[in-house]
Design a protein around this ligand. Structure first.
Ligand SMILES: Cc1cc2nc3c(=O)[nH]c(=O)nc-3n(C[C@H](O)[C@H](O)[C@H](O)COP(=O)(O)O)c2cc1C
Length: 214
């Protein structure tokens, strides 16, 4: 799926700058082992009139996806919020075959790795709200979500995780929330959204409850 381009559902434009990828590791991270069931915003010079933004600030939808389910959610969210989107793309592509792919992902989780991001935005400080989406991988979030979050000082930023998985197991969702909270220390991390990508009602309700709809 797609490149690491920033897109916007509003008419607002963003000049994207990227920085060299960062980070490596961090301690801890729990998880059990079972077989899995089954991209740049930034420093835009605000210009011209754009569509109304949510009352509580400018919103960016960041997501990582492999088989496009999270991308679908991100699109729905972008449509409802008027937010720009950014797809996280790894520097090193994952194996194309499913089993080797899952093995690499498991190794990353077990090593609490921080896979490099291809075109990490130089800054996200212009955003007040970051919705960050990912699939559940090995009972938690993909480690590359940590790479993104740990790259910035998220002070003053409201973070809203959203995710989905094959099993829709809530414990795995909560584990992923713990991971996100640990990687976004200075941010206010809100309760996340765990819903199937097709569940537009749940997605809409979550955004309304958090005052994020346009
Ligand atoms: C490496 C890997 C690990 C996964 N681990 C889990 C898991 O622990 N629990 C689960 O319910 N689904 C797991 N899945 C399934 C994905 O969460 C599911 O297919 C999701 O819809 C993929 O989202 P995407 O299309 O945005 O990549 C895993 C998939 C992959 C590729």
């Amino acid at each position: 799926m797609a490149s690491s381009e920033m897109s916007s559902s509003s008419e607002e434009s963003s000049a994207l700058e990227t920085s060299a990828p960062t980070k490596s590791s961090r301690p801890e991270q729990s998880n059990s082992e079972t077989t899995p069931e089954s991209a740049a915003p930034v420093q835009s010079e605000p210009e011209s009139q754009s569509e109304p933004l949510p009352e509580d600030g400018k919103t960016l939808v960041v997501y990582f996806t492999w088989s496009s389910n999270t991308a679908g959610m991100a699109e729905t969210i972008a449509g409802l919020t008027g937010a720009e989107t950014f797809e996280i793309v790894p520097v090193n592509p994952y194996p194309e075959e499913y089993t080797p792919y899952t093995e690499v992902a498991l190794e990353e989780r077990d090593n609490n790795a921080r896979p490099e991001i291809k075109n990490l935005p130089a800054s996200i400080s212009e955003y007040d709200n970051i919705l960050i989406g990912y699939p559940i991988w090995w009972h938690t979030a993909p480690m590359i979500i940590g790479t993104f979050l740990e790259n910035y000082d998220l002070s003053g930023i409201e973070v809203y995780p959203f995710t989905q998985s094959a099993s829709m197991d809530k414990e795995q969702f909560e584990q992923s929330m713990d991971f996100v909270r640990g990687c976004a220390e200075n941010a206010t991390v809100h309760d996340g959204l765990f819903a199937r990508p097709s569940d537009t009602a749940a997605i809409t309700s979550y955004l309304e409850q958090n005052g994020l709809t346009k």
